[in-house]
Design a binder for this molecule. Structure first.
Ligand SMILES: [Zn+2]
Length: 325
């Protein structure tokens, strides 16, 4: 079992970004090979690649620009900065990245850095996974851009920290949707009565935040409308806490939303005379199977969000606690 976790410090966009080398035992990473970096410029994205992966770079740029256009429509927001997207031809090449101050574990699929809003990811031989990760990370770029816009307008605003189930769940909701493993995990938790409550997820950082957060976003969009997502980003400056912003935008307390989501899950996952099953656990067609691995963790640790996967684990872990950071 591979298990890896970014340290969590989800102070969105305000966490200072580590410098490229900082924290690596005071030394630069060993560079086993020198990359001859080139740039492909799209309409919104600067794609960094090296000659050995030129074809992959062109594919990545096409994916990224298509994702940008889709996300611009869904967020009704334009990112004003160009997006640096750095692609590595393999995980071993990715290990040399200076965007991370540590050697990325094999399960790490991609990362978005807060300060320079750079996205970096390796190609692991699976184009569906590659495309999913690019869009997932670009959702984070939009989230950071929205936060930056809020700070620009309301400089005295102190950010109400967003939990990972919101940020990562939205990245999943807007990227590829659930796969069969996600649905299995969600169905199992629902049938076993082990669905976490939204307040319990406040500090959760394990792999569970992806399928659970995505499911919560699907519920919120279906019940209250997707437009409220942007409303929350636009209005969060009015509130001192994320829970307050949720209540203001959705007109329900977080406990009420939690109960409604859990009931919605039971409706979707359990077939019984009392609760007729409406659909599958996923309220929309599942994403085509895109990987045989499982995401394990993300986090805002050290000023970045990550997307990871891990193979051969059957016990999705989550860690949640209230009243601690
Ligand atoms: Zn993420």
């Amino acid at each position: 079992m591979k298990s890896w976790a970014c340290a969590i410090a989800l102070a969105m966009a305000f966490a200072s970004s580590l410098s490229a080398q900082y924290g690596y035992f005071g030394q630069n990473k060993i560079q086993y090979r020198r990359f001859d970096w080139r740039v492909l410029r799209g309409e919104h994205v600067d794609l960094y690649y090296y000659p050995e992966e030129e074809e992959l770079g062109r594919v990545a740029l096409a994916y990224a620009e298509a994702s940008y256009d889709a996300l611009e429509r869904r967020f009704t927001h334009a990112v004003t900065r160009r997006v640096p997207l750095i692609v590595y031809a393999s995980h071993s090449d990715f290990e040399q990245t200076n965007i991370l101050p540590f050697i990325p574990p094999e399960g790490l699929l991609g990362v978005t850095e807060f300060l320079k809003r750079r996205v970096a990811l390796p190609f692991r031989g699976n184009y569906a996974e590659f495309r999913h990760t690019i869009r997932h990370e670009l959702v984070h770029v939009f989230q950071l851009s929205l936060a930056s816009q809020t700070f620009g307008r309301y400089p005295r605003f102190r950010q109400a920290g967003m939990p990972l189930w919101w940020t990562e769940g939205l990245a999943e909701f807007f990227s590829a949707g659930e796969d069969s493993r996600d649905e299995m995990v969600l169905r199992d938790m629902t049938i076993a009565g082990r669905l976490p409550s939204l307040p319990d997820l406040a500090y959760a950082y394990g792999g569970l935040v992806y399928p659970v957060g995505g499911s919560i976003h699907r519920f919120l969009a279906e019940r209250y409308g997707e437009w409220r997502i942007l409303e929350l980003y636009n209005d969060i400056w009015k509130y001192s806490s994320f829970e307050g912003a949720l209540a203001g935008v959705y007109g329900r307390t977080i406990d009420q939303l939690s109960d409604e989501w859990q009931y919605w899950m039971r409706q979707h996952c359990i077939s019984s005379p009392a609760i007729p099953r409406r659909h599958s656990c996923s309220s929309r067609p599942r994403a085509a199977t895109r990987r045989s691995t499982r995401r394990v963790s993300t986090g805002g640790g050290g000023g970045r969000w990550c997307r990871g996967s891990a193979a051969s684990s059957s016990n999705p872990s989550t860690s949640s606690s209230r009243g601690s950071t």
